[in-house]
Design a protein around this ligand. Structure first.
Ligand code: SF4
Length: 267
């Protein structure tokens, strides 16, 4: 059974949320003409945004981070997306010298040795390349949703980031079921790993499938015992505070039911 068949369940007000997301993207594209980019992780939410951008011919560019540790299925999604929508996806990579130096100093699986090394890896493979990806833009679009984790429950539709750019999250109020209902409705291409119980997909060494009842982000950096499981791309003092306030227990994302759990309830 596919992820779309398992998860797609529109919640009340779905059409209104699609209209609102479209309106927000349209206004953002007008306000930041030629200077706005979708920084896509190629996750389910970002594929919905790519579909909205293509469907409404919005002048929003697409770019992604190729960390050097992506799953083959994630890398293969880039040409699939480009062919499906006739859009170009710019790939930004880490500085080769920095990654070679890091691996020679700390090993290929340094991220498993300590939180500090994991964050250092994210810094050189994600944060520094993201800074280059965003150069020259006054606005960017993300697929963040409030339901994704306690650290994201305060996500706004629009904020100003630390560099003065507008950061738009048009799906902030969407549920996981809404995302997959949209994907199912419009036959949006997605990462086949979603069909193997990977709701949240990051780098290969740092992502695993989730089990029954687990938080959707439990498959990210699962060996760490931290409340804020973020690489830093979207962390703000507010979200960090929200996560800390949530306590040591990982808060289940409301409305999310694991694929296995749904499969168990299916006749
Ligand atoms: S997710 Fe893992 S492999 Fe990817 S940049 Fe972060 S620590 Fe490195």
């Amino acid at each position: 059974m596919t992820a779309a068949a398992l998860y797609a369940r529109a919640t009340a007000g779905f059409e209104g949320r699609v209209q609102h997301a479209t309106r927000l993207l349209t206004q953002a594209a007008e306000q930041h003409a030629g200077r706005i980019v979708l920084a896509t992780s190629l996750g389910a939410e970002d594929m919905v945004l790519a579909d909205l951008i293509a469907r409404h011919r919005l002048p929003i560019e697409l770019a992604t981070l190729d960390t050097g540790h992506l799953h083959a299925q994630t890398r293969a999604l880039i040409p699939r997306l480009e062919t499906h929508y006739g859009l170009r996806v710019r790939c930004v990579q880490p500085e080769p010298e920095a990654t070679v130096h890091f691996v020679s100093q700390h090993g290929a699986l340094a991220m498993r040795h300590s939180v500090a090394l994991r964050k250092a890896c994210c810094q050189l493979r994600k944060l520094e390349p993201l800074a280059r990806l965003l150069q020259g833009y006054t606005a960017w679009v993300t697929g963040l949703r409030r339901e994704q984790s306690a650290a994201r429950e305060l996500v706004s539709f629009e904020v100003t980031d630390d560099h003065g750019r507008s950061k738009f999250s048009p799906l902030a109020d969407w549920s996981w079921g809404d995302v997959w209902h949209y994907i199912s409705l419009h036959e949006v291409p997605t990462n086949p790993l979603h069909d193997e119980f990977y709701p949240s997909i990051g780098c290969e060494p740092c992502t695993r499938a989730v089990a029954i009842g687990e938080d959707p982000r439990a498959g990210r950096w699962w060996w760490e015992n931290e409340t804020v499981k973020e690489c830093g791309l979207h962390l703000s003092p507010l979200s960090a505070a929200a996560s800390a306030a949530a306590g040591a227990q990982s808060a289940p994302a409301s409305g999310f039911v694991s694929a296995q759990a749904i499969a168990k309830t299916k006749p």
